[in-house]
Design a protein around this ligand. Structure first.
Ligand SMILES: [Zn+2]
Length: 426
């Protein structure tokens, strides 16, 4: 049997509430989608370090804060700081044996890559060629003026992986380095090596590849200005809850490869804004003061949250909880709460609310990990948790992490869970 919305309204108060809630949920997801599209649009340049991406994004977030009705903590919404960051404003080009590779699709350069241009003979080397000082010296002699293609043995051993990484960095002092990758996962580096390293997927790079033609023109930005964006809602009491999400992403690898960062972390930024939408309304005045922080510089190594934790824009002694939102675009399999073991009470409360309201499939606990913006706060004794969604698409730090393919499956349910949790927190 199907009933019209009007018929449902007549049935019972519960039905009325359910219908209104469904409308709310649809509106929340729709608004998040619009914000996601803005944050991931080419005009925001992947919210990185080419074409002013991060400045454009922080300006837009400050405008949103203003429109929503958040109040600045100081004279404006910005908390400025600086850090060094390597960037790739110019086209990054590579071809192997005459076949042109597509940036971001066939290859990436390591974020710490330096400059190089020209035609290089490829020398294939393995772990054996670098083991022991004499062998190593011989290999380095052979490599002079050539590109090294490294063939590491497959391992998951942390020590071996670290050693190979060190070798790669060593080789980046001598000439261009090539390696095969199963998946392209880009990042941000605060430093630049003398030469580039290429990671290549697919069949473009083989054991018998001979010639590399390349052009990489990096620019190390020294003391690049960056800004966290801070806005608050005054509550009824003295305590604070900090709600944080990083808005920065990887930016562009030249004009041809855009990393839109829809899931990471336009989704978390959209959640931050949607919670601000709710609590900035007079009728929803919260018990605790709320500080909303859109962090910069997360991908470069938690630089923005570190600065916020050092700069202390509010009295940290009064902070009840820091909630970090990073990667919230799916949720088919629920959420993970990082640092749940240390914040057992908060975790149990999330689980209890979720069980009562039936929002998400599962709320999973994970131990402490320094993998997002909660970490600098937790390290300074502030109770903090980091929440990310589980299931659905798994594009990560690549050109495919786009709004079009990000489902926002449980966005409205997670919004409701976070809202209820913020209200319930003692
Ligand atoms: Zn992230």
């Amino acid at each position: 049997m199907r009933l019209s919305a009007f018929a449902l309204l007549l049935l019972s108060p519960t039905a009325f509430r359910t219908s209104a809630q469904a409308q709310d949920a649809a509106a929340i997801t729709q608004r998040a989608r619009a914000r996601l599209e803005t944050l991931t649009s080419p005009e925001f340049h992947g919210r990185g370090y080419v074409n002013d991406g991060q400045r454009i994004a922080s300006d837009w977030i400050a405008q949103e804060f203003q429109r929503i009705g958040l109040k600045p903590v100081k004279q404006d919404f910005f908390q400025p700081f600086q850090f060094n960051v390597n960037s790739f404003p110019d086209s990054v080009k590579a071809s192997i044996d005459g076949r042109d590779l597509v940036p971001g699709v066939d290859f990436i350069v390591d974020p710490s890559s330096g400059k190089a241009e020209g035609r290089y003979e490829i020398v294939h080397i393995t772990t054996r060629d670098l083991n022991g000082p004499e062998r190593r010296k011989m290999t380095m002699g052979v490599l002079s003026g050539k590109a090294a293609c490294v063939h590491w043995s497959t391992t998951t051993d942390a020590d071996s992986l670290r050693m190979m990484r060190n070798w790669e960095r060593d080789l980046m002092h001598y000439g261009p380095v090539l390696k095969h990758a199963d998946k392209l996962t880009w990042g941000v580096s605060q430093e630049a090596m003398p030469q580039p390293l290429f990671e290549i997927v697919g069949d473009a790079l083989t054991d018998s590849s001979q010639v590399l033609v390349l052009k990489v023109n990096n620019r190390l930005l020294v003391r690049e200005p960056a800004r966290n964006v801070l806005g608050m809602v005054k509550g009824k009491g003295k305590k604070w809850i900090i709600i944080g999400a990083h808005y920065d992403h990887l930016g562009r690898m030249g004009p041809d490869a855009l990393f839109p960062g829809a899931n990471d972390n336009a989704s978390g930024t959209a959640m931050l804004l949607s919670l601000a939408d709710h609590f900035a309304q007079k009728k929803n005045k919260p018990k605790h003061n709320l500080l909303f922080v859109a962090f910069a510089g997360e991908e470069a190594g938690l630089v923005g949250s570190e600065w916020c934790a050092v700069d202390r824009p509010i009295d940290f002694g009064a902070v009840r909880m820091m909630i970090d939102l990073d990667i919230l675009g799916t949720g088919d399999d629920g959420i993970t709460v990082v640092n749940a073991t240390a914040e057992k009470q908060a975790f149990d409360q999330l689980v209890a609310i979720n069980a009562t309201k039936g929002y998400l499939k599962e709320v999973k606990a994970r131990g402490p990990t320094c993998n997002s913006d909660h970490c600098p706060f937790v390290q300074r004794g502030i109770p903090g948790i980091f929440i990310y969604t589980l299931g659905g698409v798994a594009h990560y730090h690549d050109v495919r992490d786009r709004s079009e393919t990000l489902p926002l499956t449980e966005f409205a349910d997670l919004h409701a869970l976070l809202r209820d949790f913020i209200i319930a927190l003692k």
